[in-house]
Design a protein around this ligand. Sequence first.
Ligand SMILES: Cc1cn([C@H]2C[C@H](O)[C@@H](COP(=O)(O)OP(=O)(O)O[C@H]3O[C@H](C)C(=O)[C@H](O)[C@H]3O)O2)c(=O)[nH]c1=O
Length: 184
Amino acid sequence: MNIIPSSNLEGCIVIKPNVYNDNRGYFFESFNQKTFTALTGHSVSFVQDNESFSKKGTLRGLHFQTGEYAQAKLVRVVRGEVLDYAVDLRRSSPTYKKYQPVLLSESNRHQFFIPRGFAHGFVVLSDEAVFQYKCDNYYNKQSEAGINFADPTLNIDWKIDVNELIVSDKDKELPFFNESDFYF
Ligand SMILES: Cc1cn([C@H]2C[C@H](O)[C@@H](COP(=O)(O)OP(=O)(O)O[C@H]3O[C@H](C)C(=O)[C@H](O)[C@H]3O)O2)c(=O)[nH]c1=O
């Protein structure tokens, strides 16, 4: 596992696993707690794995869980290609309100570690995408929160025609960023 020096957000890390190819195919350790901690300095204990399937143009986000149910995530794509976004909502962070797109794909096998305190979302570039991610805190419906993907303050460039987007009604109704909200 190696760090790909590409994240400009405080605490976010892009990693790439060591892949072993042979005449049968490939093998790689998709996660190793000891290696991850040694490499990143983050001693995170993941408790929940999620998977979602999305069609081309799907945008999921921007989501986060608040308070004691805040989640750090380690996200990756096992089929297709997505542009993954983390948005720093930590008021004390030097990258507060900054965002970072990271290309995650079946072919690059990159993984994106997003600490607690970030909103997260992604947009699907391929015909289909299977997205898998680890969370260090359990899902808690009452703690679910989000910011509208079209928020003018964050002004995120999703690099896709907004007319092509497939967005859930829930995400369409998410509120805009509120400077006075103390997210994290
Ligand atoms: C997140 C989650 C959802 N659910 C249920 C709740 C709904 O009935 C259904 C679909 O949930 P939702 O539409 O919120 O799924 P996404 O839009 O993919 O949400 C996720 O997408 C963005 C990109 C994230 O980073 C979050 O992990 C998460 O918010 O699964 C669960 O049962 N457990 C869970 O952990």
